[in-house]
Write a protein that binds this ligand. Sequence first.
Ligand code: ZN
Ligand code: ZN
Length: 359
Amino acid sequence: MPNSAGKRFKPTKYIPVSTAATLLVGSTTLFFVFTCPWLTKVISPAVPLYNGLVFLFVLANFSMATFMDPGVYPRADEDEDKDDDFRAPLYKNVEIKGIQVRMKWCATCHFYRPPRCSHCSVCDNCVEDFDHHCPWVNNCIGRRNYRYFFLFLLSLSVHMLGVFSSGLIFVLHHRESLAALHTTVTLVVMCIAGLFFIPVLGLTGFHMVLVARGRTTNEQVTGKFRGGVNPFTRGCCGNVDYVLCSPLAPRYMLDPKKKPHVKIQPPFIRPDFSERQITIKISDNGIHSTIISSKSKTSLDGLDEKEMQPPLPPKAERYNQLKGQLTSSEGEEQSPPLFTIMTSYLLTLSCHQIIPVCP
Ligand SMILES: [Zn+2]
Ligand SMILES: [Zn+2]
């Protein structure tokens, strides 16, 4: 159910998927609560176990088809398609296995849709190997989640058949007490399973044919290869193998929850010195001894080990005296003390080198 950013929230689009999930989970729960205890006792514990395993498989595939990224292509940036947008033709042709396949320009996503890709009007995204938009799973069915959708249909047909036949056994053994709660609930569950079994089975059969022929629902409905050859088919067994066993296609959309991890590598380990970062060594006999001014680490590389030695800490008494001079000089702009004059002078002279003062 991945949504494109900035899309408006429509609560109505969740009605079919909520109905499907409620019917599936609700009716199966009723079956396990009201029908299965008797089946376990009289028939075999294998019956509820089998139904439980199939139900879990249905639920897992349903969840995957619903929540998985179907293969959404990210839209091109405005800068990326700036030149193409006005001059580009509407279609471009590519050759696949000697057959010309047309790629249409997507005005929304700003790129030529790759072969088999189509723009879903509900999700407002271009989806790789687009099959159709399924309201029952509230997601597009595309390259990445078609396998799970197909397995969901297959397992749902098997599950419905299992629930219906198990319910039938229960009802046939309780013909005398049809008004009893357990029998009534079983009959209701059987009705739900029976009602949906025909359309689900029909859809499953349709997709089995599509898988065998290597087509998508979109290609079949739009008659893309009518009278022509399908360049995407791999032969019946190859098509089944591709749908069920091929490695999962990569995601093209970044997960918005995952923030990009910024890792700082060397040479940033060594801090850069800015022009303002100046070390002033205050010696005992004078005011300044060494001024180091540097712009970057490269300028520091040329310094000798000796010159790189950190300055000795000033004696506390002298330091306080100088500190007092500095503080007072900030307020007296008209007559700066000797320290300030000397510092300014030396700053002007020294650039990327050490000037020894007062040796
Ligand atoms: Zn598109
Ligand atoms: Zn869609």
